[in-house]
Design a protein around this ligand. Structure first.
Ligand SMILES: Cc1cc2nc3c(=O)[nH]c(=O)nc-3n(C[C@H](O)[C@H](O)[C@H](O)COP(=O)(O)O)c2cc1C
Length: 273
């Protein structure tokens, strides 16, 4: 299936992403119609060498349908987009499919599967950012935050998030790592950071995938301030630990410039031919 551009050509410039010194039109890599499992990305097999015996039919299909170029392009297309609107390029079922794909396929240490995802769309999403605003109003009333700071800095940001289409809440359920902490006592202190690593993998998968579908997204951390009222509003277990909030919607402005530190400082390869 061919990739499709997000907007008509006349409007391409407004959705160009800045990648280093070059700009390129952003393309959606995932189809709005086909199930994710059947999405065909531009063909370019990884290798022309004979298929090893142990390669499953599923991995053969994957290597044929998803090229490394498409994977890199999806990674390049993932950027922080703050100005988001309420137009969705896909039916909500597609978002659900994506979230389920994350929960089923993202790995976790010892396969603990401790990540929990809560998806808020439309009015439910708006309610979240109203809750954040009233939480801050409480902080202003108690003197913890200056009224001016709230009015000039915090509120405009919260209103910007509210203008988007949805938010994904990323949680960790500690009940699912406690048993492992007891069983593997020498690793006890590692399980929480490992859970956060896995949680971040869910975030990255969904950030990249949402933007491949044509959404823009950004990542926020209003936890722990909003934990209590959010758990109350959606009747979520209070022991779940809120890790991050991913706001997504129609991209209404391109990503900002992004400085890159030199690759040589950040990557070392040994044994390369
Ligand atoms: C772990 C992590 C935490 C982040 N937290 C926030 C945040 O709280 N608020 C925010 O606006 N952006 C946040 N960001 C977005 C980063 O600022 C952004 O990813 C970075 O500047 C690179 O820009 P890019 O996403 O366009 O590539 C976070 C990103 C990561 C990976």
């Amino acid at each position: 299936m061919a990739t499709r551009t997000l907007r008509p050509a006349s409007n391409l410039h407004s959705i160009c992403r800045t990648l280093g010194s070059t700009t390129r039109p952003r393309t959606t890599l995932l189809s709005a119609q086909a199930p994710l499992s059947q999405v065909s990305l531009p063909l370019r097999p990884f290798s022309t060498s004979p298929t090893p015996q142990f390669q499953s039919s599923k991995s053969i299909r994957n290597s044929a349908t998803m090229s490394i170029d498409a994977l890199i392009q999806a990674a390049q297309n993932r950027r922080t987009i703050y100005k988001l609107g309420k137009n969705s390029p896909v039916p909500d079922a597609k978002i659900e499919e994506l979230v389920n794909a994350a929960i089923l396929n993202v790995p976790s240490s010892f396969n603990t599967q401790s990540t929990r995802l809560v998806v808020l769309l439309k009015e439910e999403h708006e309610r979240l950012w109203d809750i954040a605003a009233s939480t801050f109003e409480g902080l202003v009333a108690s003197g913890a935050i200056p009224a001016e700071t709230f009015k000039n800095q915090t509120l405009p940001k919260l209103e910007m998030f509210k203008a988007a289409y949805g938010t994904i809440l990323f949680y960790e359920d500690p009940a699912h790592i406690q048993g492992f902490q007891e069983k593997f006592a020498s690793f006890k202190d590692h399980f929480e950071p490992w859970a956060d690593h896995s949680n971040a993998m869910h975030q990255y998968f969904l950030w990249t995938a949402l933007e491949s579908l044509g959404f823009g997204a950004n990542l926020q951390h209003y936890n722990p301030l909003i934990n209590e009222p959010v758990a109350k509003q959606w009747n979520l277990p209070t022991e779940w630990r809120l890790v991050a909030q991913m706001v997504f919607g129609s991209p209404e402005a391109p990503a900002g410039e992004k400085a890159q530190k030199p690759i040589e400082e950040r990557v070392k390869i040994f044994g390369k031919q």
